[in-house]
Design a protein around this ligand. Structure first.
Ligand code: CAO
Length: 426
């Protein structure tokens, strides 16, 4: 079966998490992704958070599946010549270097565009143009500057960062969408273009509903926020809303049986209006179906704490999975809080390829998240991440067309291998 991006070649200058998320997706859709790494060191994450001695870390392996690795010192004269040939050969360059790095390497947009007018140059930076455009940025910086941290957590607690990597992986996803749009436009223009995704912008996009709420504040209190029912006035900016639902249907995280000992014995429970009467029967409050304080959504808003406390009395008598079964029979939307252990062991996620087991020659078998986007005519087969420089020779000869002698000369220049450090006694 062919792949959606078959025939598309990606010059992958990405590192750490944000950029690799994007190029891994392109690889899963069938693009030939050639990851360029610094000789001797490679992507810094190969050695970060290492759990198996001398093996590439899970941090690296889980973000670099289905790619080829080539080592190349792009500051070396011969290395620059090889890079020029790569630019002429590839369709897309993806990078998430610090601002200005590509220019300092001598490969700014104008030069690349002149060398290969069809090339799409896609970049992730921390910030777009403005006061912070030169700053280096990591995940949590983006969460804090993109509106996520100020709106996450409890009203009376610290701003919180989330476990979901919305700054890094989220921006990688945004970039991938931009690249696919640019690829499509190339069909009509014949030209590449720049695709820029800033992490602050990506996080803000994912916090869209909070900017919605910022504007709603001007028109009175937001009644679905717990603090409305608690009589606590709103300030000038959107407050942290704890586990209140971000949508129009009130929801909370409630304790389930075993919560005293299990940190994940909880369920997210949504009191969706169309199923309110069924909820009243399930929790043992049939009188609330007609009572003027509870029957209509607007009447319930100031009483959400009381209503959810009553729901919790019921959920605490059942495990989270029992609650899920009972509520779903009546179409009540809810979600058990699943631990990473439970997700890792979930047979249905294994079956769909959302969680996959991958074999690696150095570290052995490990679990990874597979492609969450399923294409019916381009199924993803996850293959292991490459070892550092594993495909250097293959790419020089088979992709770039260098002869055996030329490959030998390139290697002799030192641009593909790190200079050997002298032994202490030497
Ligand atoms: N050959 C030669 N030199 C290379 C090379 C290669 N193959 N690959 C990288 N380098 C060099 C670069 O040229 C750069 O050198 P100069 O500073 O002299 O120009 C140097 O490596 C360091 O690159 P960097 O500044 O991108 O890396 P860093 O570790 O200092 O910063 C990061 C990392 C992530 C903070 C920064 O890259 C960044 O802000 N990126 C954009 C935002 C982003 O994606 N952040 C998310 C990261 S994941 O949490």
């Amino acid at each position: 079966m062919t792949k959606a991006l078959e025939g598309i070649r990606v010059l992958d200058f990405t590192h750490v998490q944000s950029g690799p998320t994007c190029t891994q997706l392109l690889a899963w859709f069938g693009a030939d992704v050639i990851k360029i790494e610094r000789p001797g060191e490679g992507d810094i994450t190969r050695g970060q958070l290492r759990d198996v001695p001398n093996a590439d870390s899970l941090y690296f392996t889980m973000l670099n599946h289905n790619k080829r690795s080539m080592t190349l010192d792009t500051k070396n004269k011969t290395g620059k010549e090889v890079l020029e040939r790569l630019i002429k050969t590839c369709d897309i360059l993806v990078e998430n270097f610090a601002p200005g790095v590509l220019d300092r390497m001598g490969f700014g947009w104008e030069k690349i565009h002149a060398m290969n007018p069809r090339m799409i140059v896609a970049s992730i930076k921390g910030f777009g143009p403005g006061p912070y455009e030169d700053c280096k940025v990591y995940e949590n910086v983006a969460q804090c500057t993109g509106g996520s941290a100020s709106t996450t957590g409890f009203r009376d607690g610290l701003p919180l960062v989330t476990g979901a990597q919305i700054g890094d992986s989220g921006t990688g996803l945004h970039l991938a969408v931009g690249i696919l749009a640019a690829l499509n436009q190339r069909h009509t223009t014949g030209l590449g273009q720049r695709v820029d995704a800033a992490m602050q912008d990506g996080v803000l996009n994912l916090c869209r509903v909070k900017l919605r709420d910022q504007q709603r504040l001007a028109h009175g209190p937001m009644k679905e926020y717990s603090q409305f029912g608690e009589g606590i006035p709103f300030g000038e900016a959107v407050p942290r809303a704890g586990n209140d639902s971000g949508g129009g249907q009130p929801g909370r995280i409630l304790k389930c049986k075993g919560w005293e000992n299990d940190p994940n014995a909880y369920i997210y429970f949504i009191t969706q209006a169309p199923v309110w009467e069924k909820i009243c029967d399930i929790i043992g409050e049939p009188g609330w179906k007609t009572h003027p304080d509870y029957a209509k959504p607007a009447a319930r808003l100031p009483r959400l704490n009381e209503i959810f406390a009553r729901c919790e009395q019921w959920t605490m008598t059942k495990t989270k999975f029992e609650v899920m079964d009972i509520l779903n029979k009546d179409d009540v939307p809810c979600g058990p809080i699943l631990s990473m252990k439970e997700l890792a062991e979930d047979p249905s996620l294994r079956k769909t390829g959302t969680i996959v087991e991958v074999d690696h020659p150095v570290r052995g078998k490990y679990l990874s998240v597979g492609n969450p986007i399923k294409l019916s005519a381009s199924p993803t087969v996850v293959t292991r991440s490459p070892l550092l420089g594993e495909h250097t020779e293959e790419i020089l000869s088979k992709v770039l067309g260098y002869t055996g002698d030329e490959v030998a000369a390139i290697k002799a220049s030192g641009c593909t291998e790190a200079a050997k450090k002298p032994m202490a006694a030497e």
